[in-house]
Design a binder for this molecule. Structure first.
Ligand code: UDP
Length: 377
């Protein structure tokens, strides 16, 4: 029989945050993790070329949330890192998000000022007051030519859906810039943890009140899990219920097939992330990890990302239909006593890392508000 006050399913951001918080108020916490490692999809390790690589795709931390920024700094030393992405389009290399350089390079323009950029966009964009889907969101911002070149096929590769089949919010993650700013994000805090993300999770979970069981799928052992005050579940919400109600529809998730190549050359490409928004290749992007933190080594490792239907779920697929299915699961989830669904997969939301921390912290604070001393709130 497994014993603790708090049972947490999953050792990613949400699970580790709740474990750390509950341990800090004296609760005994048991974390069950299906995989053979902690850190969820943030997991990173040094590879055979001595390069720190993320096993499940690049993770770039950025936030405007001072509370989350303060929290994550407790578990790692961070160094400033402003992420940039470039895209190969029509044999040219351009910045993404779209900025003045993107337009100049692709269309041979000679824009120099914000006013000229806005005028160019006004001439090209198709305005929508409230974009109803991803296609309208992009047309509204940059118009049909850039839509076709940079967004339509990338999105099809990424989601197996065209932008019109997705919520506007998915495509609105990427802004358009009226200047030369080549940064992918514009948040106040943009940084990477020294030595990688996994260390953060080690530090969060390294507490005498916390036990982590790896390679343990909750659904294999749940009959042995009894007597917990609270259960926090961070896996896919439909998986939690599919054993009870076969009539419920499955939610869609996208997974990624990461294809790694170790190359006997110093560099493969000029930037950490190069997107391929066209139809000429099946992958969405190539990541060359040594660029993160300017790591030095004689060799390099690159990863091509192919998004696929099956495998570990990484992305919820935000559209109307999935939202409706999710709401049905949520109704069932809300009826359960002392069982909480938290995180990207359990809330079926396309959270960024900082939002995942924020949600877990807010959940803890709202449940435990009455037990906390004022300085802990
Ligand atoms: N996207 C695109 N072209 C690009 C980059 C992104 O069409 O070159 C679209 C695509 O639909 C993607 C969404 O914008 O899913 C959000 O991109 P983001 O980089 O935020 O995705 P993530 O890094 O979470 O995979």
């Amino acid at each position: 029989m497994m014993n603790a006050d708090i049972l947490i399913i999953g050792a990613g951001i949400s699970g580790a945050t709740l474990a750390e918080r509950y341990a800090s108020i004296g609760k005994k916490v048991l974390v069950l993790e299906k995989r053979g490692h902690i850190a969820g999809n943030c997991y990173d390790e040094y590879d055979e070329n001595g390069i720190l690589v993320s096993k499940y795709g690049a993770h770039l931390f950025h936030t405007n949330d001072d509370g989350v920024w303060e929290y994550v700094q407790r578990f790692a030393e961070w160094y400033p890192w402003e992420h940039e992405v470039i895209a190969r389009v029509d044999d040219k290399t351009v910045p993404i998000p779209v900025n003045i350089n993107t337009v100049n390079i692709l269309f041979g323009e000679n824009i120099t000022t914000e006013e000229e950029m806005k005028a160019w966009l006004d001439k090209n964009r198709i305005p929508f007051d409230v974009p109803k889907n991803g296609e309208e969101a992009v047309l509204n911002r940059v118009g049909p030519v850039l839509y076709e070149k940079m967004f339509k096929h990338y999105t099809k590769k990424q989601w197996d859906k065209y932008p019109e089949e997705l919520n506007a919010s998915v495509l609105e993650r990427i802004p358009v810039r009226f200047n030369h700013d080549g940064r992918y994000f514009s948040d106040t805090h943009q940084a990477l943890p020294k030595g990688g993300y996994t260390k953060i999770f080690e530090n969060m979970l390294n507490h005498p009140n916390i036990t982590v069981m790896l390679n343990t799928d909750y659904f294999d052992v749940k009959d042995q899990c009894e007597g917990f005050e609270k259960l926090f579940y961070t896996g896919p919400i439909d998986r939690f219920f599919e054993f009870k109600d076969e009539m419920m529809e499955k939610l869609e998730y996208r997974s990624i097939n990461f294809v790694t190549e170790h190359l006997d050359q110093e560099y493969f490409q000029e930037n950490s992330v190069v997107n391929y928004p066209g139809q000429e290749v099946d992958y969405t992007r190539i990541i060359e990890y040594k660029h993160f933190g300017n790591q030095k080594s004689a060799k390099t490792s690159i990863v091509k990302e192919y998004t696929v239907d099956t495998g570990e779920p990484y992305y919820p697929v935000p559209n109307e239909r999935n939202q409706q299915i999710y709401e049905k699961y949520k109704e069932k989830a809300d009826q359960l006593q002392n069982v909480y669904f938290v995180g990207r997969l359990a809330n079926y939301k396309y959270f960024n890392m900082d939002q995942a921390f924020r949600n877990a912290l807010d959940l803890f604070n709202s449940i435990e508000a009455s037990n906390l001393k004022p300085h802990e709130k």
